[in-house]
Design a protein around this ligand. Structure first.
Ligand code: KG4
Ligand code: ZN
Length: 354
């Protein structure tokens, strides 16, 4: 049988990840997906430290790849290509994945496929599952909202795999990303990095109407801006008699606790997700889209998902395990590039860039 599996590698930020995927009716079938998160290592610094991230990738990448190959019960002879995230991200972190992928490609004499991390996230809706099987041309143009720790963008997807997605970027954030807004406001509350998931959990016990935080860029502007919410939260905490946490050891005595903390979380989360939701509604109307996809770490947010249930167009959301960084989505993008022959061969291999 012709080799048909791709080994994909992702190291753009603080997850060392590898996956084995193959094409199943133009959706990615995931044979294995291994993610080793460095979150605990960066927690004490309150954010990702690039040099520490690169070193941790170096420590882990070989065993992550080994495990992905073993979990998939895959032989090297089953592989048709090696794929890797080559941009954007932390340069030192990307280099670990890119160098590893180049070495494997060279030694195994397999083509190398470079994948843009954002294109990877957008392909998380083309990973095999019952809902994704329903996506077809009738959903085009499909509005895609990419919400992660580094990006908040709206795109129109105008073609479906195996074709190139024929993306048109229609909006982005002028400053911070939505995930960054979660993480930075969580930090002000003394929560560990990355705070988004904890905010989601604590919000379930809180009152989202306890405080009102601004929803930036009102009117019919579809751009995003999330930097102001940090100042709004810090100011509100001070007004309420607290000392927002900025750096150093966390002084729990001067920070909200229990119900009070949960109310802050719920109110901050509400401001962020309502803003995203409002801009999505504006774009659905403006561009007369036939479907909506929401991808990236923040698409895992439970309150956001609740709001997305109410859309008047079909909504496609990745399985929770493919919202945050993973290599399966990189493999998904790579599968279709492979079909389109967008691969680097022989001496071109060394041109993989960060
Ligand atoms: O896509 P991702 O893993 O990495 C980037 O490409 O940036 O996204 C990470 C971001 C972080 O900011 C994290 O706090 C946020 O996604 N995040 C969440 C949730 N899970 C992850 N934010 C809100 N609610 C969640 N459940
Ligand atoms: Zn990402």
């Amino acid at each position: 049988m012709k080799p048909s599996k791709i080994l994909a590698i992702e190291t753009s930020c603080d997850e060392s990840a590898a996956a084995i995927v193959s094409n199943e009716n133009n959706l990615a079938k995931v044979h294995s997906s291994v993610i080793w998160s460095q979150a605990q290592i960066h927690e004490k610094f309150g954010g990702v430290v690039p040099e520490v991230a690169s070193r941790s990738h170096l420590d882990r990448i070989s065993e992550v790849i080994d495990k992905a190959i073993k979990d998939a019960n895959c032989k090297v002879s089953d592989l048709c290509a090696i794929a890797v995230t080559n941009k954007p991200g932390l340069v030192g972190a990307l280099l670990v994945g890119v160098s590893t992928a180049k070495t494997l490609s060279y030694c195994l004499n397999l083509p190398l496929i470079c994948v843009d991390h954002l294109e990877g996230h957008l392909h998380s809706i083309f990973i095999e599952d019952e809902t994704m099987k329903k996506i077809d041309d009738s959903h085009l143009p499909l509005l895609a909202c990419l919400v992660s720790g580094g990006h908040t963008c709206l795109y129109l997807i105008r073609d479906l795999p195996p074709k190139d997605l024929n993306l048109l970027k229609i909006s982005e954030s002028r400053d911070d990303a939505a995930g960054e807004a979660f993480d930075k406001t969580a930090k002000l509350l003394g929560l560990p990095y990355p705070g988004g998931i904890l905010m989601d959990q604590y919000s379930k016990k809180g009152n989202k109407k306890a405080h009102v935080f601004p929803s930036p860029l009102p009117g019919d502007n579809i751009e995003f801006s999330f930097s102001g919410i940090k100042t709004a939260v810090a100011t509100k905490l001070k007004t309420d008699g607290y000392e927002p946490h900025l750096w150093g050891p966390i002084d729990v005595e001067n920070l909200p606790k229990d119900q009070d903390l949960w109310n802050y979380c719920a109110s901050i989360q509400e401001a962020i997700v309502q803003t995203l939701n409002r801009k999505i509604d504006l774009a659905i109307k403006k561009y007369k889209v036939k479907g909506l996809a929401v991808v990236g770490g923040v698409s895992a947010n439970s309150r956001f998902r609740e709001l997305l249930l109410e859309k008047r167009v079909p909504v496609f959301l990745p399985n929770l395990k493919y919202c945050t960084d993973n290599a399966a989505m990189i493999g998904a993008a790579a599968l279709f590039k492979f079909e389109r022959n967008e691969v680097l061969l022989n001496e071109q291999k060394i041109r993989a860039s960060v």
